[in-house]
Design a protein around this ligand. Sequence first.
Ligand SMILES: *Cc1c(COP(=O)(O)O)cnc(C)c1O
Length: 433
Amino acid sequence: MDQEIAPWASPAARARIAEVAAGLTDLSPGGVLATVETALHEHARQFDDEGIVLYAGTNVLGPAARRVSEPLVSGRPSMGWPGEKYQAGLDHFDTLEVLAPTLVARVMGARFAEVRSHSATLANLAVYTALTEPGDTIAVLPERAGGHTSHHAVGAPGVRGLRVADLPYDADAYDVDLAALPGFLAHERPKVVVIGASMMLFPHRVDAIKEAVAAAGAVLVYDASHLAGLVAAGRFQRPLAEGADVLTFSTYKSFGGPPGGAIATDDPALAERISAAVFPGLTANYDAGRLAPLAVTAAEILADGGAYADRCMAGARTLAAALHDEGLTVAGADRGFTASHHVAVDVSGLGGGRAAMARLAEAGIYLSAIGLPRQRPGEPDRGLRIGTQEVTRRGLDTGDLRQVAAWMADVLLRGADPGAVRKAAAELRARRS
Ligand SMILES: *Cc1c(COP(=O)(O)O)cnc(C)c1O
C-alpha cells in the first residue's frame, strides 16, 4: 500500500500496523465488507461474549437503550433550539432534545444539563472555552492521581492555549492537599480548578476544596466521567450539592448510556456560556442519535433507586478483598480498599501495569494500567485499574468475582497458563451474559 497510518508512532505500534496492513489485500466493496464483518464478529466473540471486561472506562447499553439506538438519526443534523432550528422537518427531534437534558439534569440533581457534546473530552473543552481565555491558568489533578488527558496541557487545555498547573496532592488522603491548597491558589491564580479523576477510590472533600477555590475567585469543575452512574444514583458523592460549580461527565462509563459527554450546573449564567461554547462553538451535527438511548438510560437510573450502583460498589469491595486475600497488593487497604466501583492493584513488583495488563489480556481478562498516587513523576504506571460496572451489568455474582480474582492471581503470581484461564473465563461468560 502507498498509504501510511502513523510512521511517527512507536516501534511496537508500527509493527502491529504493518502486520494488519499486510492482511488487507482486497479493498473492493465486497472484500471490505467481508473484512469488516469478520473483524466485528471476532471482536464481539472475544470481547463482548467471552471476555471478562474489567476496563473501567466502558459499559454496555441496557436492552431498552439498545432498542432505541438508531444510526439513521445520527446523520440528521439538528442545529439550534427547538423552535428556531436551522433545518426544517425535525419536529419530532424536539421531543428528544427536551427530554434528554431534562432527565440528565434531574438524575444529576442539577438545574441545567447540556448533552450535545460528543464526548467528555469535548465537554471539558467547552467548559474551558466558556470560562477561560488563552493564556489563563487552570489547576488540575496530577496524572498519577488520575488527572485525565483532557485536563492536561497535552489535551484540551492545550488546544485552548491554557497554562496547566498540578494541584497539590495528598497521596495518603487520595485527595487534594487541603493545607497546601490556599497558598497554591494564591500563587498560581487559576481561573478554573478541575477535580474528579480517571480513578476515584474515595470521594473528594468537595466542600473544603470549594471554600478555598471560591476564596481565590476560581470556578470549581468536577469531572465525574467515571463516577456519573454512582453520582446519578445518589451514591459516592453529590458534587454539585457539595459545592462544585460545574459537573462534566462521560455518558457511557458507569452511567451506562451511549457514548457522549454531558455538562450539568445549577448556575444559569454558567449554563448559558457553556451552552454557547458547545453550540455553535464546538459542534454542528451533535449526533441526535445519542439522545434517545441517553434519555432511556437516565430514566432507568431514576427508577432503579440506586440498586445498580450499589451492586457495582459491592462488587468492587468483593473483588478488592478477594485480590488482597489472593496475595496481590490492593490500594486503599487501610480504608476498606474502595468507596466506589473502582479497584486499584499495585503491580510495580510484577513488571508494572502495562506488563500485567498484557498477561491478563492473554487470559481474556481486559483492563488497563494506571498511575498510582505514590509513584514518582515519569515512572511507568504502577497500577492496574478495575471497574465493576460492566461485569455487574453482565450479572457476575459474588462467587464469580472471587473466581475472577483467583484467576488474576493465578496468572500474575502463580504462573498459570493464560490459555487455560481464558477457556474457563469464556465458560463463565457463557453462563452470565
Ligand atoms: C474517560 C474520561 C474522560 C473522557 O471521556 P470521553 O467521553 O471518552 O472523551 C474525561 N475525563 C475523565 C476524568 C475521564 O476518565
